[in-house]
Design a binder for this molecule. Sequence first.
Ligand SMILES: Cc1ncc(COP(=O)(O)O)c(C=O)c1O
Length: 404
Amino acid sequence: MTDLGPIAPPERLLMGPGPINADPRVLQAMAAPLVGQFDPFMTQTMAEASELYRSVFRTANEATLLIDGTARAGVEAVLVSVLAPGDRVVVPCFGRFGHLLVEIAQRCGAEVIKVDVPWGEVVPLGRIEAVVAEVEPKLVGIVPGDTSTTMCQPLDGLGAICHRHGALLYADVTASLGGNAFEMDAWGLDAASAGLQKCLGGPSGSAPLTLSPAAVEAVRARSSVEAGLVDGDATRPPAERIRSNYFDLGMILDYWGPRRLNHHTEATSMLYAARECARLLVVEGVEGAVDRHRRNGAALAAGLEGLDLRLYGDQAHRMHNVLAVHIPDGVDGDAVRAELLETHGIEIGTSFGPLHGRVWRVGTMGVNARPEPVLRTLEALGRVLGRTGGVEAATAQYDQEAHP
Ligand SMILES: Cc1ncc(COP(=O)(O)O)c(C=O)c1O
């Protein structure tokens, strides 16, 4: 092993469902020097990250912070901190990541009631309300942009429904935040978590998260201070204590908040990355970034149709930043992906479960939500398939946007 050189990954254009290429400015931020955990610079950077993510989530929530870990860590932190064994939770489920919420909530000991629709569709709000009214859950958990099917569930109105029936509303916005409209406060959400590796344009490894005052109250009721951390006895653990130390959002809030009670050792380089992702988004303007994803997504969709590929799912509810197309009959989907990667250096994805090998998922997000990567991908995919018309159709779509 002593003859191994420094790491030298191949150059790839990542045009799948995420991760995508990190913005070079984010990678540069990650190379900044480390400081100590209690250095004023560290605490200032944490405060700046909180403030920036309030803008990204569109919220005034004081409790806005980062969980160290990939997006799934954010999901797990919310669910394990809010749900005690026996609590009821409703999960509208229309793809793999809805199933993930179900699984994690079940591991918390919650009683999970699923509202299923076939993959490729979204769940009508009326159906969710009927179930919520019947079971009166503590929490409704939903994945508005389920990357596995590329469908985008409308959330406007769901907060009011949940609050009418005494439930908190949580959304896993990992795949949609920054590329599709999301209004934490205006839509009445109580908790949301994300990851960096999609529209936020960073590497995986940090999970921005925000909690409303009502969600903080639910967490605080189950949290306590770790023994040995404060002078005297730590607070007595409540009966239904949060069953994870690492993901105890009460402890993490005490770490990020004015008490600055130590918890884990903050992943400093990921903090820098997350701060830079949010800073770039705020400088661009969140609405501008969403519109950029919409325009490039529309061009990608037009280009794929120009290659005579059929878009998958309910097109009225398509995500802006990633879309699925049916793999044509007689075409070996994996062989096409392998040739795209090996010959053109471009990665696209397939999907999971019932869609594995039946669709390709192509994304345009973060720094790759620009015409150049979209057109390069369409050109290469056309070559591999022996088809033309993709670049022309996408270009026509861009022109139409520019000169309506
Ligand atoms: C909607 C959604 N939730 C959760 C995850 C899990 O994220 P991670 O792999 O960063 O833990 C993903 C990953 O693609 C996702 O798309």
